[in-house]
Design a protein around this ligand. Structure first.
Ligand SMILES: [Ca+2]
Ligand SMILES: [Ca+2]
Length: 131
C-alpha cells in the first residue's frame, strides 16, 4: 500500500548510514518513520540481523548464514542457489546488498498478499515496418 513511503524511507535510511548517523536522528527521518510504521522497523531489524558485521550491507556469506539460521540453507554454505539469490538481489552489482535491495529481495520471495499484475500492453506493435 505504501510502497513509495517505504522506498523513500529506505533511501533516507541508506543516506543516513552513508553519513554515519543513527537512523531517525533527524526530523525528516522521524517523519518518515512515522509514515511507514512498524513494518518498516521490522524489516530494518531483519536487515540488521542479516548484517552480522554491522557495515549496513549484506555480503553473500551473511546471506548464507542468515538463511542457515532460518533453516533454509543447512550447512550455511554459499551454494549456487544462494549465489543466484544474491545476484538477483544485488541490483546495482556492487556485490553487496543494501537495505533498498534487501527490501526488494524480501518482496520477491513473499508475494502472498499481493498478486502480481501481469497485464501486458501490446500497443504499438506491428507498425514498425511502415516507413
Ligand atoms: Ca555486512
Ligand atoms: Ca548492491
Amino acid at each position: 500500500m505504501c510502497d513509495e513511503g517505504w522506498l523513500e524511507a529506505a533511501e533516507a535510511y541508506c543516506a543516513c548510514m552513508e553519513r554515519g548517523e543513527e537512523w531517525g536522528s533527524n526530523e525528516a527521518d522521524k517523519v518518515l518513520m512515522d509514515a511507514v510504521g512498524e513494518g518498516f522497523d521490522n524489516a530494518r531489524g531483519t536487515f540488521e540481523n542479516f548484517d552480522v558485521d554491522g557495515d549496513r550491507h549484506i555480503q553473500i556469506d551473511e546471506l548464507a548464514s542468515a538463511l542457515e539460521a532460518m533453516g533454509e540453507n543447512p550447512g550455511g554454505e554459499i551454494t549456487d542457489e544462494i549465489k543466484q539469490m544474491f545476484t538477483e538481489a544485488d541490483v546495482n552489482g556492487d556485490e553487496v546488498v543494501d537495505f533498498i535491495e534487501f527490501l526488494g529481495m524480501m518482496g520477491a520471495g513473499n508475494d502472498d498478499d499481493e498478486e502480481e499484475e501481469e497485464e501486458e500492453e501490446e500497443e504499438g506493435k506491428g507498425n514498425a515496418a511502415d516507413a
